[in-house]
Design a protein around this ligand. Sequence first.
Ligand SMILES: C[S@@+](CC[C@H](N)C(=O)[O-])C[C@H]1O[C@@H](n2cnc3c(N)ncnc32)[C@H](O)[C@@H]1O
Length: 223
Amino acid sequence: MNSLKLKSTADGSSTIYNELLDEHYHSIHGARQESLHVFIKMGLSYFLQSNPLKNEYSILELGFGTGLNCILSLLHNFSSEKKIYYNTIEPYILNLDTIKNLNFNLSENDLIFFEKIHLLNWEKEHEVHHNFFLSKFNTDFNSFKTNDSYDIIYFDAFAPRKQPHLWTFEVFEKIFNMTKRNGILVTYCAKGQVRRDLESVGFNVERLVGPPGKREMLRAIKL
Ligand SMILES: C[S@@+](CC[C@H](N)C(=O)[O-])C[C@H]1O[C@@H](n2cnc3c(N)ncnc32)[C@H](O)[C@@H]1O
């Protein structure tokens, strides 16, 4: 695993620590809890409730990583008739041995889907479940080009001080142009500069209660 180390977080779920960056993939206060709070509760679930008449929802994730946000999104929608189209970007694909050692408190049945989302080829759309379609792109966000636009953006890059080139006005402007009207962006980060940059590209930004161990997070809406 070289510079990547498996770690356990406060809720018992795993994360990965990147030694070179000195950065964790998730909150050490609880990886699963963080993902459930920031991306599922404040992102997907909020959007589904605010747009009940839609039958299809599209998600763009910046940073596929361990696939935690992806599997939790699939499970959240598991028995629904509504379809989710999930696109995700990752330049540094984790190897399968690393993935197999992660513990996200998933049931045996959930693990079948978790393994599947990792085994599927990149750069192609796959039906993972009857209502969940996954496209993984092995690229840097700055090189990512698409004609698609999205209802929900999961902005899950490493922290601004570690990856400043992903938290710029230009990146948020590109994302704003890829976001549908009434679409939202959610991120665990609540930095003032990030909020101001999101506002200056055109989003309306709310500060929300953060996951355990973090006071605030951000949700941006394209009105
Ligand atoms: C905070 S982690 C989040 C991971 C993921 N969402 C998860 O649940 O495991 C940040 C992720 O962004 C990825 N990343 C790094 N540079 C990137 C870039 N330029 N474009 C897109 N993703 C990037 C990292 O490799 C890492 O997987």
